[in-house]
Design a protein. Structure first.
Length: 128
């Protein structure tokens, strides 16, 4: 993705803008992300803290486990970010929130050992 790029929630209330290219772009298959998004897996990109900002209404935050927070729109419920003390210098954004989600270029599948048995991957990306 070429900066600057931006994204928003379903209702358009919570918006963000990133001024630097993502640190990484991947899919996640862990149970926690599946349950948070009600989907078989989700897609994220990480952005260095200080290289992005909320440009609309701020999101609400849910402390989903110790040291982990999920930000979401308090109006429409769209998941916006994942933050954790394991990666204190970056914020993980959901790729589907991008204004141009076609710019997302995943490099692999994280927690592939937790993927659902009916998900059959054929994209050739590495399983991490």
């Amino acid at each position: 993705m070429t900066p600057p790029f931006s994204g928003r929630c379903l209702c358009g209330s919570v918006t963000y803008r990133c001024s630097e290219a993502p640190l990484w772009q991947d899919h996640c298959h862990c149970e926690s992300c599946r349950r948070a998004t009600a989907s078989p897996f989700t897609s994220f990109f990480g952005v260095r803290n200080g290289a992005w900002e909320w440009t609309g209404s701020p999101p609400a935050t849910y402390n989903s486990s110790p040291g982990t927070w999920r930000d979401f729109c308090p109006t429409c419920g769209t998941q916006m970010t994942y933050r954790t003390t394991r990666y204190p210098d970056e914020t993980h954004f959901y790729a589907a929130t991008l204004d141009d989600p076609s710019a997302f270029t995943p490099a692999g599948h994280y927690h592939a050992d937790e993927r659902l048995p009916w998900v059959h991957l054929a994209d050739g990306l590495p399983l991490k």
